[in-house]
Design a protein around this ligand. Structure first.
Ligand SMILES: *Cc1c(COP(=O)(O)O)cnc(C)c1O
Length: 457
């Protein structure tokens, strides 16, 4: 760990503590707002700058590089706008994500569409706007053939391949396994030949894409996925006799260490590994697209929840909080794969001093497994305290799961206010109970009782 990442981590933790206290003092968090998401604007800007600097350091001058944030990690318009201002575009995978990127003002030439199930309407819209598209499979490529033949488009187009180099430690986020549902499986019989011919037949196919996976993929495996993609591009260009593939989209997937505060691996480490393993990637012959999600945002979000009650049951200490499966779905359903660090704060939002005891931090949902953390050694939480789930800025509070009709929490961005305090801005309003009813068929209360099948009375 270098000095920089250590001191950066300390400063980030200090900002987070200030923000929790500020949120309690300013009433964003309290008895009537028992769970919130907080976003560290300073930290997000730092990560965006670190990403840009890491690739600037290894690419030949003048190489076009687009860092497109994987919108699914934190699908919030103000976050996308902040990243856009920091020079980061958007990778979208649904009509909703595309609409979010557009609402944030991310221009089409800084947007990439990659989903495994794009409809004809989505493809038509993307090509009309000039958004880059990576075709997932031969059937999608045939749809692109028809669209490209019918109207001119500025969209850079490519194919997503699956190098089938194997998975990481988490099956659900490994996308380069032998049987993955994503991309053209390169090692399947005849597939490599099919891809090469697809490019030779279509001069407008200028990009090649692979995304080896998300959390749980170690750096060497990520680098191998990129190396295989690069080798394929070289092979296809050599065969065609000109550099038709001019841009490689290397996906995202840099893992986050959820067990520690300091960032490891860093973007700089990943870029250096790529520069060693795949030097040709950076010599200026290829433009680059990256699609990082979790590594840009995870560190900068915190779920903070009030401790409503504390109790013991069969000798087990339990703090019952307002954060559980609705904001930390993956952690609750797959705690081994997705553990989160928990920080304890007192009723005024100050870090709780010891002594530390083993306790469970439970959520509000009505099933026994709704636990943010089990058997964790923490300062003893008391009624009215706050428990914070750290590193939850990606794939957590922006991915609400409406179990028990629990309302979506408010999300607030924070930054130093310039006078020693903390300023907050609303990113997403807390959902009201009236909105929960409206989303749950509230406009159609008698839809089922008045439905009559023919012949019934
Ligand atoms: C999810 C996804 C990403 C982002 O992955 P992270 O692990 O969040 O960096 C990038 N590209 C594609 C195609 C994805 O599906």
């Amino acid at each position: 760990m270098d000095q920089d990442t250590d001191s950066e981590a300390r400063e980030r933790a200090a900002r987070r503590d200030e923000a929790v206290r500020g949120a309690v003092e300013q009433g964003l968090l309290g008895p009537d707002a028992a769970v919130v998401g907080l976003l560290d604007v300073t930290g997000i800007r730092e990560s965006a700058a670190a990403l840009r600097a890491a690739f600037d350091a290894v690419t030949a001058p003048g190489t076009p590089v687009l860092h497109a944030f994987a919108v699914k990690a934190t699908p919030l318009v103000p976050v996308l706008r902040l990243l856009h201002e920091e020079g980061i575009g958007a990778e979208v995978a649904s009509p909703g994500e595309l609409a979010l990127a557009r609402a944030a003002g991310v221009p089409p030439d800084r947007t990439v569409l990659d989903s495994p199930a794009k409809t004809p309407a989505e493809l038509r819209e993307a090509l009309a706007l000039g958004i880059a598209v990576n075709a997932d499979n031969p059937q999608e490529l045939h749809r692109l053939d028809a669209l490209v033949g019918s109207a001119p488009s500025r969209s850079p187009l490519g194919i997503r391949v699956n190098p089938q180099i194997g998975g990481g430690t988490i099956g659900a986020t490994s996308t380069a396994t032998r049987t993955s549902k994503f991309g053209v499986a390169l090692r399947d019989e005849g597939a490599r030949e099919w891809v090469a011919r697809a490019y030779a037949d279509r001069p407008w196919l200028t990009r090649l894409h692979a995304h080896t996976g998300s959390q749980g993929i170690p750096l060497p495996l990520l680098a191998r996925g990129v190396a295989e993609t690069y080798a394929l591009a070289e092979e296809i260009n050599a065969r065609i006799g000109r550099p038709q593939i001019d841009t490689l989209d290397i996906g995202g997937g840099l893992p986050v260490d959820f067990a520690a505060e300091a960032t490891a691996p860093t973007y700089a480490q990943y870029a250096r590994v790529l520069a060693e393993e795949v030097p040709g990637l950076f010599d200026g012959r290829y433009g680059l697209v990256t699609e990082f999600g979790r590594s840009l945002l995870a560190r900068h979000g915190t779920v903070v929840a009030r401790v409503e009650y504390t109790k013991t049951s069969g000798g087990r200490r339990i703090a019952v909080t307002h954060a559980g499966v609705q904001v930390a779905t993956r952690t609750v359903y797959a705690p081994e794969a997705w553990p989160l660090r928990i920080a304890a704060y007192d009723a005024k939002g100050r870090p709780r001093p010891g002594p530390e005891v083993v306790q469970d931090v439970a959520g509000p949902a009505c099933f026994s497994g709704d636990l943010l953390a089990e058997g964790r050694t923490l300062p003893l939480l008391e009624q009215g305290d706050y428990a914070a789930a750290l590193d939850t800025g990606a794939y957590y509070f922006a991915h609400h799961y409406a179990y028990n009709s629990l309302a979506r929490p408010g999300i607030y961005g924070f930054a130093p206010d310039g006078t020693g305090g903390v300023a907050f801005a609303t990113v997403r309003e807390p959902q009201t109970v009236a909105e929960v009813v409206a989303e749950s068929g509230g406009a159609h209360p008698s839809a089922l009782t008045t439905l009559r099948t023919p012949g019934s009375r």
